[in-house]
Design a protein around this ligand. Structure first.
Ligand code: NIG
Length: 392
């Protein structure tokens, strides 16, 4: 069954092969078997089994949210209120969420995660990564990995999120690198470590990353969020797919990212919610680094799955152009997950071209600039995910 989507006022293909001409006007797309089968001028569109006219609206690839922590129970509204009264963010709240998550039943936790994915899709997200990291023992991390694998497109093992209260840090690292990694490995594709003062030091982080790499997992790092440090240099040295947060970067960090394949993932909603210095997305792009924008949905530092909000913030506060922000929240996220190129049986996500996954985000606006021009408005009109219309 093929479907022709026509009447597209502005089509942001974000297709690297189109270079500077990646926005098409008066366009149409044909979707078939979950993939983009044709793309071009509406007047030249082939016939299809079914047609949908989006009446001049703007269409983008669905958002690729490459950094979330959706497997949690409870909330930390009180901690947030204290922060808004002037307290700084410290990673200790992770323990509060770990306790709440451990107390939730499997069914409750599955329902919470599914609801968060539904909210994300309703806001235009069509591909989502999520993490473990609120379990912090073998049984609970395994449970989180299984629940995440049932709900998200990609799963990251973040056993090294925080040393649990009362545990010896080096013994905990050995647990993460041994029995915990062995238990979760069948359910995850990625491993991550929170390399930060108050979490894991560079030596411990390296130990975790190398063990996970040896187990066949791709690597990512939470780095340079709370202060300057070695998260970025470690990520680049080990060839991590991304280093996420990037609030406190030295000139050397920026240059290292620009000279590497490690994507710098910025998390605008988290920066606002922690009142941190905004990650230097403008400087990173100007230096030639690849930047991704993600929601970082979690109960401590960024309780939102709204990529529309993140994109608007990146434009309004981080000084990206609308096109740069769209690229970072689509192709950038796909690069951070190494899903930007099609391989047999795995179509690329994050851009629109013949053969990519048919992930479409239709805005209730004639131009994508409305994402920043009308921030906070309900601009998601329709969503196709792998060729299936899920919203609209
Ligand atoms: O990405 N930085 C570490 N992890 C989360 C916060 C987790 C929490 O405070 O619960 C983050 O911001």
């Amino acid at each position: 069954m093929s479907e022709l989507i026509t009447g597209i006022g502005e089509l942001h293909t974000v297709d690297p092969a189109r270079g500077a001409d990646s926005v098409l006007r008066d366009a149409a797309v044909v979707v078939e078997d979950g993939l983009i089968a044709w793309i071009g001028r509406a007047s030249e569109a082939p016939a299809a089994d079914r047609a949908v006219d989006v009446e001049g609206r703007a269409v983008l690839p669905g958002w690729v949210d490459s950094h979330t922590h959706l497997v949690f129970a409870g909330d930390r509204g009180e901690e947030f209120a204290v922060r808004m009264a002037g307290e700084a963010y410290a990673a200790g709240g992770i323990g509060v969420t770990t306790n709440a998550t451990r107390e939730a039943s499997d069914e409750t936790l599955r329902g919470l995660v599914a609801g968060r994915v539904r909210d994300a899709v309703a806001g235009g997200t069509t591909y989502v990564e999520t993490k473990t990291g609120y379990g912090l023992d073998v049984e609970q991390e395994l449970r989180a990995a299984k629940i995440a694998a049932g709900a998200a497109d990609e799963v990251t093992f973040l056993g090294a999120h925080l040393v649990p209260e009362g545990a010896d840090p080096d013994e905990y690292v050995e647990l993460v690198c041994g029995p915990m990694l062995g238990a979760v490995a069948p359910y995850v594709q990625w491993a991550d470590v929170f390399c930060e003062r108050g979490a894991f030091n560079p030596e411990q982080s390296r130990r975790v990353l190398e063990a996970c790499r040896d187990a066949g997992l791709g690597l990512r790092v939470h780095g340079n969020q709370i202060g300057p440090g070695e998260g970025v240099s470690l990520a680049v040295e080990l060839g991590a797919a991304s280093v996420d947060h990037c609030n406190f970067l030295s000139d050397e960090d920026v240059a290292a990212l620009a000279g590497s394949d490690t994507v710098a993932t910025v998390l605008p909603a988290c920066d606002l919610s922690t009142r941190a210095p905004l990650a230097p997305a403008r400087e990173l792009l100007d230096a030639g680094a690849t930047v991704a924008i993600a929601s970082n949905c979690n109960p401590g530092t960024s309780y939102t799955t709204s990529m529309n909000f993140c994109v608007a913030t990146a434009v309004l506060q981080m000084k990206l152009t609308v096109d740069e922000a769209i690229r970072a929240a689509t192709l950038g996220g796909a690069k951070a997950l190494r899903r930007d190129v099609s391989t047999p049986g795995r179509p690329a996500v994050g851009h629109l071209a013949v053969g990519t996954r048919a992930d479409l985000h239709v805005l209730d606006a004639p131009q994508a600039v409305h994402l920043a021009y009308r921030p906070g408005m309900p601009l998601t009109w329709g969503v196709w995910r792998a060729g299936r219309r899920e919203i609209g």
